[in-house]
Ligand binder design. Structure first.
Ligand code: ADP
Length: 217
């Protein structure tokens, strides 16, 4: 199949496919884990604003020092700073033809900014994956992650705060993308692999799949 399309590597095949996706879900929904799978499958970068901020914090860059207290408290970093890091990341060569945005946009203002950015590139989003998960399940997962990874924003107080912020700021975005017909809702409960299969099937049902699969069908 690779020969029939004349491309060499999985990376080339997937970049040629150029999926432009976004994944949303409440803190603890498993969004980050699924994002890694999806990005790998499509050969596109997983652009996680949370990871980018954590990297700046760990390496103590000026931006890291600026956002450290905000991130630890579970509040949102101001839109201008967040929009700027996303603009920079999406300008990198590996994001030229595709990307998975993970944890961005999170506010309506960020949605507007992203629309402008992608509009300039004539690269509209193809789908928005929403992971749906119950609050109780989420709290127990996050408590486990806090124990395993020692994330500073995984104290019970910060978790509850992040969930409230999510409901207030981010839940409205879901309606915006639903109205645009981009929303794919996936049950986020179950085994990691099982959820990954659901995401894959939901994308394939919209004609978004690996080039190999499309070529084979
Ligand atoms: P989670 O989904 O578990 O909250 P993330 O890694 O996505 O974790 O984000 C961690 C933190 O990074 C957020 O609580 C927030 O402080 C900051 N952050 C990440 N993305 C954004 C964003 N799009 N806008 C504002 N702040 C953000």
């Amino acid at each position: 199949m690779t020969e029939s399309i004349g491309l060499d590597t999985a990376q080339d095949r997937n970049v040629a496919r150029g999926a432009r996706l976004l994944i949303v879900g409440p803190p603890g929904s498993g969004k980050g884990t699924q994002a890694v799978f999806v990005a790998e499958r499509f050969g596109i970068p997983d652009v996680s604003t949370g990871d980018i901020f954590r990297h700046h914090i760990t390496t103590e860059t000026p931006l890291g020092l600026q956002v450290k207290a905000i991130v630890s408290a579970g509040d949102y970093v101001p839109d201008e700073l967040t929009n700027a890091i996303v603009t920079e990341r999406l300008s990198q060569p590996d994001a030229r033809n595709g990307f998975l945005l993970d944890g961005y946009p999170r506010t309506l203002e960020q949605v507007g900014y992203l629309d402008g950015l992608l509009g300039e590139r004539s690269q509209p989003l193809e789908a928005v994956i929403r992971l749906v998960a119950e609050q109780d399940e989420i709290v127990s997962r996050l408590a486990k992650r806090a124990h395993e990874q020692g994330r500073a924003d995984d104290t019970e107080e910060a978790i509850r705060h992040r969930q409230q912020v999510y409901l207030r700021e981010t839940a409205p975005l879901i309606e915006v993308y639903r109205e645009r017909g981009l929303l794919i809702e996936v049950d986020g409960l179950g085994e990691v692999e099982e959820i990954a299969d659901r995401v894959r099937e939901a994308l394939a049902a919209r004609g978004i799949g690996e080039l190999d699969e499309l070529a084979a069908s």
